[in-house]
Design a protein around this ligand. Structure first.
Ligand code: PLP
Length: 388
């Protein structure tokens, strides 16, 4: 048994509830538990809380409350944005072509592939450079008169690269083509103002920034053509039927407000820790950074290490109480290289040595130094044993 306290460096996979979030949620489980769609006093109280959560989210996004749709998470938000807009635009005779980027999360890539296979949409997937950055000119060239949606993530979960979404938004303005961004990994670190980003739809997932798992948001700009995915009671402005998760919405909103308020300080705190970890890893022989060194999430470190299979390194870290990942949580456990590493041209043998460390505003220098010491030893040991 390791007597040291555990170190959690997998915040891109999920985060613990931020301070104050559970307390804010608690009354909505057993006291103010009524269905906010009903008309009696207890229901009105629940509705006030739900409206308050919506207003808070809207404030952080620079949006109107009516433009905020509560969902079950990032996956649902991405699906609703893409399928909902694609179908509504097609049904309005606007076309059936979608544009997205090779390094998007599977919640985006599998959704557009599904629309292509099942519903006859045409899809253009634009490539990225070796740092995972999108070429905005190439993206704009892919946009056609029949394009009904462009989807570009704000920041990548596996390699931390930040995409020039505001530039895409500015270039698309006035073209009548809605722009969606998956901002799931950005919420702790980046400005989410929908006007500055120039986006029409934005996805968030509560559990990536100190909110509860199973909660999400889709921002939908007023006037955007979008159809619901679920038939039912017509909650959330008709876009997301189902009895509202009031506790979840309150928790998500409390965490989002806290993240937005603490963002500048969090970035100032975490960037030196991130850079220390990157520097200590990339001086090792055969270890290199993946993703963009400049346009990079403040809490994100990803590398590939030659001749050091990630599963062995991660097992060794786990034995020391250090939690990290080999890429996206959803992709780990598989043996083929991730689509993101393939898109940035990392060869398969190197991709098997992909490691990801994602920090939080609460990460400490001690944790980083401990992680570095373990990694130096483990990578050496794994190599010495021939990866066996
Ligand atoms: N989009 C990105 C960029 C993600 O990193 C994730 C989760 O890892 C998702 C979408 C899906 O979010 P959720 O797991 O909340 O459905």
């Amino acid at each position: 048994m390791d007597p040291m306290p555990p170190v959690y460096l997998d915040h891109a996979a999920t985060t613990p509830l931020a301070p104050g979030v559970l307390d804010a949620m608690r009354p909505f489980f057993d006291q103010t538990f009524a269905n906010p769609s009903a008309s009696y006093r207890q229901a009105r109280e629940a509705r006030v809380a739900l409206d308050g959560a919506r207003a808070t989210v809207a404030r952080v996004l620079g949006a109107q409350p009516a433009e905020v749709v509560f969902t079950s998470g990032g996956t649902e938000s991405d699906n609703l944005a893409i399928v909902g807009v694609a179908r509504a635009m097609r049904d309005a005779g606007r076309g059936a072509h979608l544009v997205t980027v090779a390094t998007e999360h599977e919640a985006v890539l599998k959704t557009v592939a599904w629309l292509e296979r099942r519903e006859g949409f045409a899809v253009t997937v634009v490539g990225v450079d070796a740092l995972g950055r999108l070429d905005v000119d190439a993206l704009m060239t892919a946009v056609r008169p029949d394009t009904v949606l462009v989807s570009v993530m704000l920041a990548n979960n596996e390699i931390g690269t930040i995409q020039p979404v505001a530039e895409v938004g500015a270039r698309l303005r006035g073209r009548g083509v809605p722009l969606h961004t998956d901002a799931v990994q950005a919420a702790l670190w980046l400005d989410l103002d929908v006007e500055r980003l120039g986006v029409d739809l934005l996805s968030l997932s509560g559990h990536k920034y100190g909110g509860p798992r199973g909660t999400g948001v889709l921002y939908v700009r007023e006037g955007t053509a979008i159809s619901p995915l679920l038939a039912g009671g017509g909650q959330e402005g008709g876009l997301r039927s189902g009895t509202a998760n009031v506790a979840g919405a309150v928790g998500l909103a409390t965490a989002l407000e806290r993240a937005a308020r603490g963002r500048d300080e969090a970035v100032r705190h975490v960037v030196p820790l991130r850079d220390r970890l990157i520097a200590a890893l990339t001086v090792l022989d055969g270890v290199r950074l993946t993703g963009d060194p400049q346009h990079r999430l403040p809490g994100h470190v990803s590398v590939v290490a030659r001749d050091a299979p990630a599963d062995l390194v991660l097992l060794g870290l786990d034995r020391h109480g250090i939690a990290a990942s080999s890429g996206s949580a959803c992709a780990s456990g598989r043996h083929e290289p991730s689509h993101v590493l393939t898109a940035i041209g990392v060869p398969a043998d190197l991709a098997s040595g992909a490691l990801r460390f994602t920090l939080a505003p609460t990460s400490t220098r001690d944790e980083i130094e401990r992680t570095i010491a373990c990694l130096v030893e483990l990578i050496g040991a794994v190599r010495a044993s021939g990866g066996a």
